[in-house]
Each structure stands twice: as C-alpha cells, then as structure tokens.
Ligand binder design. Structure first.
Ligand code: NOJ
Length: 569
C-alpha cells in the first residue's frame, strides 16, 4: 500500500516536471496545413550524406586497421545474407566520380565520415599514424573545395577500431574518451585548416542501444539494462572533451564549428487530450534525443530518465540507478558544448503508456514504459521501420526549438529507402517523401526554427548495417552485382536538383511539373541499368577471358616452337 502511494506521488512529480520541461511546446497544437509554396532563406545549405564504413570499401587496403564493423560483418549470421562492407561502393577509389555527381547536382555541402582505423590503425595516435589514410581524406577534402562543396565531417560514424573493443571493451570503457579525443585532435590538426564543420558523433542512440543493449549492431553486445547507459555516458563525455579541445586549441585559428548529430523520430501522443499519452510521448523523445541533447544543452540527463530508470532500478533491488550520474564538475563541463545541433530524422510513431509489469525492468525499453504504434495508412515503401509522416518532422523541429533554446540546426540526415529487388530508377515515392519532408522543414523555418542546412540521406545506395545491401537509401542506384559498382541516377536526383536550384518550392505550376520531368529523364537511366549485366559480361570477357586466351596462345606457340627447333637440331 505504502509502495503504491510512493509510486503515485512519484507520478505526480514526474508529470509536473514533464510539463514544465517543455513549457513552450504545445502538444495539442498539431497543424497539418496544406503544402506551402515559398523559398528558403538565402544561404541555406543543401547537401547529401554518406559514411565511411557504408561506402568506402577498401577495408584492409593501404594500411587501414579493422573496425568493429569489419569484425562484426565477417561473423556469419550477423548481417542479412552475410554481406559485408569490404568493398561496398568502392568509394575509396571512386571519390572523384562521386564529387562529379555532387557538382552536377550543385550541392553546397557533402557530409562524410572519417574512418578512425583508416588513419589510426591501432586506434592510438601515440602508436602509428597511417599517412596513406590521411592522404585519402586530404584528396577528398581538396577536391570538394575545388568544386565549391563544403565538407561537413563526422568523426565517428560507428567504426571504432576493433583493437580498442578487444582490449578495453570499447564504449563500455571510459578510456575511450581520451583515445577519441586524440583521434579528433589529429583530425583538427591535419584537416582543420580546410574543414570548418565538425560532427563528433553520428546517432549515439544507435551506438549505445543497438551496439551494447540489443546487439543488432557492432560490437554486438547484449548488456541489457546497463550497456547502453554506460556507453552513452562515455560518448557524452567524449563529445564534450572534443568540443573543449577544439574550443581551446583550434577555434581561434580555424574558426570552425563543432556539433553532434542526433537521430530522433517524432513521438506523437495517441490521444492528445490524454495527459498520460502526452507524458508517454515526451518520455519517448527524452529517452531518444533528450538522453544526449539535455546533458549537452543543460548539463544533465532529462529528469524523466533519472526518475524512470531510478525507479525501475529500485524495484529490482539495486542500490543505485542503472543510469550513471554526472558529477557537478562534469555537468558544467558538458553543458553548452554544442555550436550547432545536427538532426537526423526519418519517421514518426504514435505513443501511449504501456505499464510494463514490475520485474520486467531490466532493459532500456522496459525503462521507458511505453508502447509505439503506427497508422497502417502511412506509406512504408522501404525499411520496415520507416513510415512517411512528414508532419512529424515539423513537430520535432518545433520541439527542439522550445526545448533547447532555439539552437542552430543542421538537418544531417533525412531520406527514405526502397526494397532490395526494386530496380526501378523512377522512384516516385522518394520524390514525394523529399517534397513533403522538405516542405515541413520550410514551415518549421516559418515557425521560427533556426535551421541552416539540409542533408539528404544518402548520396549512394550503400551498406545499410545489419540489413546489408537489402535497403537502398541512395539518390544514386549502385549496381552491387558489377564489381565496378556503377552509379545510376534515380529520378529523385533530378527532383532534388530542382529544389536546390529554386531554393525551395517557388509556385504550384512549376513544382507540379518537376516530377513529370524527372521521370522523363530517368527512363534512359533505366535502360542503361537494364543493359548493365550485359556490359558486366562484356567487361568480364575483355578483362579475364581475352588475356587468358592470349596467354594460352603465347604458351602454346612457345611449346610448339621448342618442338620444332628440337626436331631440326
Ligand atoms: C541513420 C544512420 O546514421 C545511417 O548510417 C543509416 O544509413 C540511416 N539511419 C538509415 O537507416
């Protein structure tokens, strides 16, 4: 009885805190307005994104060390069809072609990541710097700048040096903070004279939850209820340390910015007139984006996380919360370490209270105590988790504005996939997705959200983590069956190009013609792609069959000649 009372009081406290935390955000005001014709502010930056492991290939070339993703993908049964990123899009060799594609699209920026083990094969700066790896990124950065494309560089898109995982347990170990800082410092030293936009971590939620809680991603650990919290704790500290390193050692010379890229789905209350649904939706967001954003903007974890994880830990009879604690010094060191917020956003969920029975408390998911639902009417053309719900994007952007004091935002990822067998380059659903999501972003700017740039995910079809090559997010189709990995533009390339050249959506008549025009141009690409197996076959004939036959002919003639000469002697 007394226990119940404590729980109820606790709920009231939580409710008050939740409501006061997002004081400006009006959960009940979801304006699903019609399409808005208008343009983006001058100077708005348009780009595309990629990451090292997903596109580079060349996994063991020119002195690169192994990453946790190399090792994970080499283990049977971890990736769909046991695919690996060993060669992927061969971006390591084809970056010049890729920059040409970007130039043709008239992009303002390109977001890519640096592979830590490519430049520090043993993970440690003190041991060995791989100059060939440095040269690869030097060449890429220089070429981008020659083509007036601004490099936006992610320092960690999930590829930790494998040796750091083996020796120290990776992000479970606080020593990663210093090792990551050394790596980042080296990048500032070598590339910072040309790179002004740095992202420390990409989607730390995935690193923590999928890497250390569910084990679906590298390093594949299933440390339920503790692993994700510990990993996240160290990642937040590492982010803050790198920001301070830049701030004290490089900022005055290099004049750049350091941010983090958080991925966040929107959580909409199932019933906006039900306070418990509103609380559940806010918990969804706080356990997702707020887990990282609140320490970085305000110094500590969201109160609701501290309450819920603390309560569940208490019910399990643990002496302390499974959520680690920041010391007062750490809080002030971490607070404010963000020059801009990178936001990756793909989809939305409806959220309601779940009431996990006590005793099922030992996991991040049980801690949140909520259920996610989807509307079966939402389009879901590709990945099973990705429903197209454009209005959720505007809601999320407004939430960020009210929650974190209207920070400068760069949208670092947004896009949609298609199913594996789809070889139709006329990707109508992707054009629709970009049109609607970008339009909601424009409405958010009208609402006063401070968004400076947008990055479509992704330039190329690439290695989609545990899904292998079965989900294609690219603007360009990559034919993975052909060892040259040719790229073919999907219709959405043309569509995105028009958004970029108009800096938005000028007027109804023009915008309505864009899809038709894009589809017209993509039919010729379709024909080229259809001919690709033939071309691949012909290449095989010229590259393998012809040289083999020639060599055999030469050998046979030599043998024949020898016999002839012997007979004469
Ligand atoms: C976010 C990740 O950062 C990226 O690597 C991935 O490809 C996309 N989500 C799509 O799942």
């Amino acid at each position: 009885m007394q226990h119940q009372f404590i729980l109820r009081t606790h709920h009231v406290i939580t409710l008050v805190l939740c409501v006061s935390a997002s004081d400006d955000f009006d959960w009940t005001k979801n304006e699903k307005t019609s399409f808005y014709y208008g343009t983006f502010p001058t100077g708005f930056s348009w780009g595309v994104g990629s990451s090292a492991y997903q596109t580079e290939g060349a996994w063991n070339i020119d002195g690169k060390g192994a990453s946790i993703w190399d090792s994970f993908a080499h283990r049977k049964g971890k990736i769909f069809l046991n695919d690996t990123g060993d060669s992927s899009c061969e971006g390591y060799y084809k970056f010049k072609d890729d920059v040409t594609l970007m130039k043709d699209m008239k992009l303002n920026h390109y977001r890519f990541s640096i592979s830590w083990p490519r430049i520090l094969p043993s993970g440690l700066k003190s041991e060995h710097i791989n100059e060939k790896g440095i040269k690869y990124y030097d060449d890429l950065i220089n070429l981008l700048l020659d083509n007036k494309i601004t490099p936006v560089v992610t320092l960690y898109h999930w590829d930790l040096p494998q040796i750091l995982q083996e020796k120290y347990g990776g992000w479970q170990n606080v020593s990663m903070v210093n090792y990551f800082n050394d790596f980042a410092n080296l990048c500032f030293e070598r590339f910072g004279n040309r790179v002004r936009n740095w992202i420390t971590f990409n989607n730390p939620w995935s690193i923590a939850v999928e890497g250390y809680e569910t084990g679906e991603h590298a390093p594949g650990l299933k440390l339920k209820g503790t692993g994700a919290y510990r990993a996240a704790h160290h990642i937040i500290k590492a982010h803050a340390k790198v920001w301070h390193t830049y701030d004290t050692q490089w900022r005055s010379k290099q004049k750049g910015l350091v941010g983090i890229s958080l991925t966040a789905d929107w959580g909409e209350p199932v019933d906006v007139s039900n306070q418990r649904d509103i609380e559940a939706a806010e918990r969804y967001i706080q356990f997702y984006m707020g887990w990282f954003a609140t320490p970085i903007f305000s110094g500590d974890y969201p109160q609701v996380m501290k309450d819920y994880v603390g309560r569940k830990s208490g019910q399990q009879g643990l002496g302390a919360s499974r959520l680690p604690v920041f010391s007062p010094q750490e809080k002030s060191y971490i607070r404010g370490t963000c020059d801009f917020l990178g936001l990756g956003h793909f989809t939305t969920r409806y959220v309601t209270q779940k009431n996990y029975p006590s005793g099922v408390g030992d996991s991040y998911f049980a801690d949140r105590d909520l259920a996610e639902l989807v509307d079966p009417q939402w389009p879901d053309p590709g990945s099973e988790w990705l429903y197209s719900v454009p209005w959720g994007f505007r809601r999320l952007l407004n939430f960020v504005k009210s929650q974190y004091g209207n920070p400068m935002i760069y949208v670092t990822e947004n896009g949609v996939s298609e199913k594996m067998l789809c070889t139709d380059l006329c990707d109508d659903w992707r054009m629709q997705y970009f049109k609607d999501y970008i339009n909601e972003m424009l409405k958010a700017i009208k609402d006063g959200v401070n968004i400076k740039g947008y990055t479509a995910w992704s330039l190329l079809d690439n290695f989609e983590w545990d899904e292998g090559y079965s989900e294609r997010f690219g603007l360009f189709y990559v034919d993975f069956r052909n060892k040259n990995k040719p790229r073919y533009p999907k219709a959405s390339v043309q569509y995105y190009k028009r958004i970029i050249s108009s800096n938005g959506f000028p007027n109804q008549r023009e915008v309505e013609s864009w899809k038709r025009k894009a589809v017209e141009t993509c039919s010729s690409s379709n024909q080229l792609l259809a001919a690709d197996p033939l071309i691949g076959h012909m290449e095989m004939v010229t590259e393998i069959v012809v040289p083999t036959v020639c060599t055999l002919c030469i050998l046979l003639s030599a043998v024949f000649l020898m016999f002839l000469l012997r007979g004469r002697l």
